[in-house]
Design a protein around this ligand. Sequence first.
Ligand SMILES: NC(=O)c1ccc[n+]([C@@H]2O[C@H](COP(=O)([O-])OP(=O)(O)OC[C@H]3O[C@@H](n4cnc5c(N)ncnc54)[C@H](OP(=O)(O)O)[C@@H]3O)[C@@H](O)[C@H]2O)c1
Length: 426
Amino acid sequence: MSNIINIGLLGLGTVGGGVAAVLAQNGAAINARAEGTVRIKAALVRDLAKSRAGAVPLTTAPADILTDDSVAIVVELMGGVEPARAYVLEALRRKKSVVTANKDLLALHAEEIFRVAAENGQDVYFEGAVAGGIPIIAALRTSLTADDIRSVTGIINGTTNYILTAMTEQGSDFAAVLREAQELGYAESDPTADVEGLDAARKLAILATLAFHSPVSISDVYTEGITGVTAADISYARELGCVIKLLATARKTDEGVEVHVHPTLLPERHPLATVRDVFNAVYVVGNALGESMFYGRGAGALPTASAVLSDVIRAARARMSGTQGRTGLDIDRRLPIKPGRDYRSSYYIRLKVRDEPRVFASLALFFAEADISFASIIQKPRRNGNAEIVLVTHPCRESQMEQALASVRAYSKLEKIYNMIRVWNE
Ligand SMILES: NC(=O)c1ccc[n+]([C@@H]2O[C@H](COP(=O)([O-])OP(=O)(O)OC[C@H]3O[C@@H](n4cnc5c(N)ncnc54)[C@H](OP(=O)(O)O)[C@@H]3O)[C@@H](O)[C@H]2O)c1
């Protein structure tokens, strides 16, 4: 096979190293499918002295890749927004195809990057950017385009799913499990982006844009992390037949698009409730498709490299057949984004009140005044004259819940509101 397909890697870290390893391992099959010999011409790194597996030629000069006319495909695996954005735009202007696994970059700059790609007749592929090895991007960009997608719900952050699974199965508290996850390499030393839901929000913005063919940006996503979830909440959830998951949900309603990331009480019978540890899953509902779930490893060197190299094959084939520049973001409408206060949800509320006559009646009245009724109530025996109460409401708007909670907070018999967590509604 004489056709050489030179690729340039921007970054040779976890995923870049995985790309080199999978190319070495599956090279014959990849070359057959790409209809040429895929060769890593060079990899951009910061530190030439770092020890690395394999024998990829290294450079610290981006121009060695970006201005090399023999490099047809630039694979951006360096992460962060700048200088990744500048390098990707330059590669497109120099008529190269781009493959990236960078959700931070796409969540902020997808429209600009795809505009420049179109202006230059090039494509941008990003299967590795959301849910690692799970082929959800290709599904939304191609396989599901005849459907009217109503909702996309994902467990798309492995770190938080690992933490919540361990809290559920070991009964441990958040801080202890986070330390364990850091020791195992499942959580970063600064875990903020994961535990505060920001990583999931970036991925959700990308999924929602593709699913609804309408732009959704990171600032549209209502985001709440898992740091407030306690072992006690998980135990009450179990009593209610639920698990607690960090769900990223995008829904198309008559009033606009809802996009939110927050801990959610999910019935144990829901397919997403079975997704444990660092695994990811994306649950898609379409008007013709019905329900469908995509499940697998959402991160890691080899699963993500598998997704990245499938994009390299697509890019190579498009270039070979002269069909590049035809796969945009497919945005064909601008749906309104629904304000968070208008979202409807059921709520789990755990609070401590004085255990005295008429206290529960007063609580019930505060909720009734906001037109909220209860689906379940759990009351634990008194301790020090106080009672712990868990209320689960029927669906209501967030603004109604704010009204009820304002009354509860002002109530003289309230000792403490421990937590409020949303409950899954179909
Ligand atoms: N890790 C995963 O499982 C995973 C899964 C899905 C998607 N992703 C995404 O894939 C991308 C890469 O992640 P990763 O985990 O592979 O990151 P990583 O291990 O930190 O590797 C980053 C690589 O980029 C190089 N680099 C970073 N900034 C640079 C700069 N300014 N100039 C030159 N080189 C630079 C680094 O050089 P040195 O080696 O010299 O430091 C390193 O080789 C990110 O966008 C990430 O979100 C990662």
